[in-house]
Design a protein. Structure first.
Length: 106
């Protein structure tokens, strides 16, 4: 990232607050895993998410609510189901960056 761009972001209080909120929203392991799954696989139902990540439905629903509150996931209702997807595609770039910053132990 260019130094000029970083300075512009850091000098804008609203952008700093938004970035901080995104980082807080991704700060829970279940939320991070949900976002990662949605980035990789696209739109999923709560049941799909629970099965893929081995999460209890109540936990997945709670964490999806937090992600929605922060504007990171979108929900679409079809029939009796809610389908979740990434609302901010750039989050995938953040996840990729995080894996480069902290590679798995080899």
């Amino acid at each position: 990232m260019e130094a000029v761009h970083v300075r512009a972001v850091l000098s804008d209080d609203a952008r700093v607050e938004r970035a901080s909120g995104i980082l807080k929203a991704l700060g829970h392991p279940a939320r991070l895993r949900i976002v990662g799954l949605l980035c990789l696989d696209g739109e999923r139902s709560v049941g799909d998410i629970c099965r893929a990540l081995d999460l209890p439905q109540a936990l997945a629903s709670q964490q999806l609510g937090i992600l929605r509150l922060h504007g990171l996931v979108a929900v679409r209702r079809t029939g009796g189901f809610r389908r979740y997807s990434i609302a901010v595609p750039e989050v995938a770039d953040m996840l990729s960056c995080m894996t480069r910053c902290h590679p798995p132990n080899g």
